[in-house]
Ligand binder design. Structure first.
Ligand code: ASP
Length: 334
């Protein structure tokens, strides 16, 4: 019998209708009572560090969750976190960097409809998550949702209402869950050697700048005081615009000269960036050695930048860590 820790943090799964809309109300012990079948394969203790719509979850909560898991790491075989779906992909990516090399699974789940409704995805998602976390082959941070187990760095919320809300981006799902079966596509626990590694700090001063045609790059100068890094979500494989002048290029140069980081990413969901492909990217990449996200998701690139900047602001070190794969986040080898 596996011993699990169920960590509830709010979200739709634990929400009830109120006069002002859905809000998290259902306590963690009640969540567990909706999946009595789980008693046949696991024993779970419950804890509720906070109860929030995940719209309000950010880096302090990610650290709180990773510290809670670190404190309880020896006592349990695995961890299941119930979480709102809206920022679940960010939390899963962040925990993938905060808790590395874990032979014990950290499973994150939630639902599109509250658990106390008669028609809901909540019970199957929670039951699947407890089952996945009880499987000897499971390890590291994974989202279990809609019958898929997705690496924590590869998930993206792609649907606001349907039960198959999450997709695995640029990487196959780790496993699929059918009723009582867990079918692993990536069964690689033997690669996890040594102890789990926990990080204790994150630097949230990372700005995501999504370009639109005609974007004014000089905005970077206005926000420079507040941020240590900007991720520029560019078009296609990646480039920096030059609208008949050098304003955008100058803004990027000044940002870099002030010791801040510029990371290039793409607003296209699949297949990743390649700044070297077109002149609009190639020149900037080579002039300033801009790191780029390649096949990493924006959620992973953001969380990874916050995790690295929690350790160092050195550009070389940043690049080295950014390009070191963690929990399947990066396949491309620069
Ligand atoms: N707004 C909710 C949340 O992210 C949505 C959900 O859980 O599905 O907490």
């Amino acid at each position: 019998m596996k011993k699990l820790l169920l960590i509830a943090t709010g979200g739709t799964i634990a929400s009830r209708h109120t006069d002002t809309g859905l809000s998290p109300q259902i306590p963690v012990s009640e969540l567990l009572a909706y999946v009595p079948e789980a008693k046949s394969f696991c024993e779970a203790d419950c804890v509720q560090p906070f109860s929030l719509d995940s719209t309000n979850v950010h880096s302090e909560h990610w650290l709180k969750l990773s510290m809670l898991i670190e404190e309880n790491y020896e006592k349990y075989d695995g961890f299941v976190i119930c979480h709102g779906t809206d920022t679940m992909a960010y939390t899963a990516a962040a925990l993938s960097y905060l808790i590395r090399n874990s032979r014990k699974p950290v499973v994150i789940t939630g639902s599109q409809r509250p658990i106390d409704l008669s028609i809901t995805d909540a019970r199957s998602n929670l039951l699947d998550s407890l089952r996945f976390a009880s499987d000897d082959r499971a390890h590291d941070v994974v989202i279990v949702f809609g019958g898929l187990a997705i690496a924590g760095t590869r998930a993206k919320k792609e649907r606001t209402r349907s039960y198959n809300a999450f997709s695995s981006i640029n990487f196959p799902p780790i496993a699929v869950l059918h009723d009582e079966r867990v079918v692993f596509y990536i069964d690689d626990k033997e690669k996890v050697k040594g102890d789990a590694v926990f990080a204790h700090s994150m630097n949230p001063k990372v700005f995501l700048y999504k370009l639109i045609p005609g974007s004014d790059g000089s905005i970077l100068e206005l926000i420079a005081d507040k941020y240590d890094a900007v991720i520029i979500e560019s078009f296609g494989v990646g480039g920096i615009p030059q609208y008949g002048d050098d304003r955008f290029h100058t803004a990027v140069r000044k940002w870099i000269e002030s010791g801040r980081l510029v990371v290039m990413s793409t607003q296209v969901t699949f297949e990743g960036s390649d700044m070297s492909a077109y002149q609009v990217g190639h020149v900037m990449k080579n002039t300033y050695r801009l790191p780029e996200s390649y096949d990493m998701t924006p959620e992973a690139a953001i969380a990874k930048s916050m995790w690295i900047l929690g350790q160092t602001k050195d550009k070389e070190q940043f690049e080295k860590l950014f390009y070191t794969p963690v929990n399947h986040d990066l396949l491309f080898e620069p």
